[in-house]
Write a protein that binds this ligand. Structure first.
Ligand code: NAD
Ligand code: GLY
Length: 369
């Protein structure tokens, strides 16, 4: 099956609606940036890995639209998703006398996207920004939906704002330079959309997992498109996560415990989410929501994407207890009671609590001895 390489979808949020454009060669094409809010200055925010690869082409494409195009290069990595690095964006804006119409362009993965969005939400009480995601994870998830923010030493993504971009531009060509482990990490977020929302998509991912791992551009185009469609539907119904949007965090509660327990940056976010989905599937089975065959199917798919399906030992004396303690500070926890996103039959997600004994058993089944 072949898919056209250019798609445009809309996130429907009334006056905050915006398009997601998916295709090849978009980043270097000045036409991609027509029709954005008028401004004299633009600031590209990128990092030390991505800027040398793509900032020159983006700068050239933006020049017809802005009198000045500035660039700020952040240090690379989740460990730098903090106040100190965020301040580098404000420094660049103020040093270049950027006014309240300046448009920010987030050129990079989810870390750059989340920080640029948060800077845009707060600089002069809000300036427009555009997402130009360059990782698979950012193209299928983090660039869409307006969650922005930084980490706190006591918790991931604990400081931030809902702030929607003006446009999301997914240039599939940028995925060619991604390390293989980052492709796998992005596939974790692609896979999650199947069990929570669309069994047809889950079947398709299973049939195309080798092509996706090999970065077949047709397969990637469909994966990015369908993922963004599902995310757009969810976010359009529940922008600020009053309820439904939480299903997008399937695997993330366990995954955040892995990331926090090991120290941010040890496992990739997507790797932790992949393993977290296996744990959440086991918990779903323990609650009688899915059968063992479904858990095995999902585990096989996650492994085929090149992701870990065995969790790390976070504490030699009480491993499950350590996971539980870390999950109690998850944003979805209410008064210390953990709320899990579980699979309530293939293609359907639910949110619920679970007895500690069942959670412990799910963790024990998935963790290396
Ligand atoms: P990342 O931003 O750290 O990027 C991964 C690595 O790939 C980095 O080293 C980066 O420099 C490099 N890179 C990026 N694009 C590249 C390219 N085209 N070629 C070569 N190297 C490239 O990680 P990520 O997985 O994109 O994002 C993870 C972050 O996203 C986490 O902080 C997570 O909390 C956040 N996130 C946010 C949301 C949301 O809704 N806002 C959703 C999911 C995840
Ligand atoms: N990645 C989860 C969300 O955007 O809500």
């Amino acid at each position: 099956m072949t898919f056209p390489l250019l798609h445009s979808l809309t996130i429907a949020l009334g006056e905050r609606s915006y398009p997601i454009q998916i295709g090849s060669g978009l980043l270097a094409d000045a036409a991609s940036f027509a029709g954005l809010p008028k401004a004299s200055a633009a600031l590209i925010v990128s990092n030390s890995t991505v800027a040398p690869l793509y900032a020159p082409a983006l700068q050239t494409a933006l020049q017809p639209h802005y009198a000045s195009v500035h660039l700020v290069v952040l240090p690379d990595g989740e460990a730098h998703k903090d106040w100190q690095t965020l301040n580098l964006i404000f420094d660049a804006l103020l040093q270049n006398n950027c006014d309240r119409k300046t448009v920010l362009f987030a050129l990079g993965g989810g870390v750059v996207g989340d920080m640029t969005g948060f800077a845009a939400a707060s600089y002069m009480r809000g300036v427009p920004f555009v997402q130009v995601p360059t990782t698979l994870l950012a193209q299928v998830d983090s660039s869409v939906g307006g969650k922005t923010g930084i980490n706190h030493p006591l918790g991931k993504n604990m400081v931030g704002a809902f702030y929607q971009p003006q446009r999301v531009l997914c240039d599939l060509d940028t995925l060619k330079t991604l390390p293989a482990s980052e492709v796998s990490a992005g596939l974790a977020e692609v896979i999650k959309y199947g069990p929570i929302a669309d069994t047809t998509f889950l079947d398709w991912i299973e049939a195309h997992i080798d092509a996706l791992v090999a970065r077949d551009v047709q397969a990637l185009a469909h994966a990015v498109r369908r993922s963004c469609e599902i995310k757009a539907q969810v976010v359009s119904q529940d922008e600020r996560e009053g309820g439904l949007r939480a299903i997008l965090n399937f695997g993330h509660t366990f995954g955040h415990a892995i990331e926090a327990g090991l120290g941010y940056g040890d496992w990739l976010h997507g790797e932790a989410v992949g393993c977290g989905m296996v744990m959440a599937a086991h918990l779903s089975q323990a609650l009688g929501l899915v059968d063992a065959a479904f858990v095995q199917r999902l585990t096989r798919l996650i492994a085929a994407a090149g992701l870990p399906v065995r969790g790390p030992m976070l504490d030699a004396s009480d491993n499950a207890g350590r996971y539980l303690a870390l999950m109690r500070v998850d944003k979805k926890a209410e008064a210390g009671a953990i709320r899990f996103v579980l699979i309530d039959g293939p293609g359907r997600a639910c949110m619920r609590g679970a007895e500690d004994t069942l959670v412990r058993a799910a963790i024990d089944r998935c963790c290396a001895a």
